[in-house]
Design a protein around this ligand. Structure first.
Ligand SMILES: CCCCCCCCCCCC(=O)O
Length: 274
């Protein structure tokens, strides 16, 4: 059995004491707060750990994949944005990060948003068990789990929440065009304008994004990318290339927040090794 934990060194905030209003109104903290989220690393052999699998002590935020995901909220430390431990009923939080982006327009806007990466509990359990449970610690160290994850059919959601910057849907559309366009080119060559347009056109002018809005980018079974704004589906596009390109922004080779990616990597490894 694989144990899937939330080994964050900062105590996650108990959901019970965070009101929805607080979550919705997470505000800017000063830039440069250096506290991060660190993840404990475990280098013991996979087999040893699997053999001796027991909860040695109650672990705040830990969970066993066989028992379902624990809904423990986690705060992105630099921004103060709080992410629920679980979304869509069964997707557990793998890690959180921060992205600063200058949005070009009439007036350039410095936009800061926090993001959380979630994976479906049973998908990730199967994925880790099938591919990694028998690897030695050294093999595991050399394995690129997030790379495999991006190419797999595991359901993953990236949740974006603005920290500051007054955003128009147009600037969001342009920002995605820029970032996702670069990734589509990287993985699929230059002939992907139509795919990019299909994705970005979902962010049409009818949608408003007041402060506290949340965009979910969800890779679902069959490589369908489903986009929601504040819980409302704005569209879905079936494309493995698009799913791969979106995830690459957050957990790929050149992620927006390398600490977040590192945390997610470590968390996936620790889900196998603990
Ligand atoms: C309502 C949450 C809005 C979050 C801001 C999203 C801005 C677009 C981001 C495009 C991808 C990127 O380059 O970071």
């Amino acid at each position: 059995m694989v144990s899937f934990r939330f080994p964050f060194s900062i105590p996650p905030l108990p959901t019970g004491i965070i009101s929805p209003a607080t979550i919705a109104c997470s505000v800017v903290l000063t830039a440069g707060i250096s506290a991060g989220i660190s993840i404990s690393q475990n280098s013991t052999s996979v087999q040893n750990t699997l053999n001796s699998f027991v909860y040695k002590k109650p672990f705040f935020g830990s969970l066993s994949l066989s028992e379902g995901v624990a809904d423990v909220a986690v705060k992105e430390e630099k921004s103060g944005v709080v992410f629920p431990g679980v979304v869509d009923g069964n997707k557990g939080l793998l890690g959180v990060g921060l992205r600063r982006k200058v949005l070009f327009g009439l007036k350039n806007i410095d936009c800061l948003y926090a993001f959380g990466v979630y994976a479906d509990d049973s998908d990730i359990k199967n994925f880790l068990n099938e591919k990694y449970a028998t690897l030695s610690a050294t093999e595991l160290k050399n394995a690129d789990i997030t790379q495999d994850l991006m190419e797999s059919d595991v359901s993953v959601t990236v949740r974006l929440q603005i920290v500051y910057g007054k955003l128009s849907i147009r600037s969001v559309r342009n920002a995605f065009e820029d970032s996702v366009g670069t990734r589509l080119k990287k993985f699929g060559g230059s002939d992907n304008k139509e795919l990019l347009q299909k994705f970005t056109s979902q962010f049409s002018d009818e949608y408003k994004i007041p402060s506290g809005s949340i965009i979910n980018l969800s890779k679902e079974k069959g490589y369908v990318l489903r986009t929601t704004i504040d819980g409302k589906e704005v569209g879905s596009v079936q494309s493995q290339l698009l799913c791969r390109s979106i995830l690459d922004l957050y957990i790929g080779d050149e992620p927006f927040d390398s600490k977040a990616k590192e945390d997610i990597d470590n968390k996936l490894v620790s889900a196998i090794t603990k």
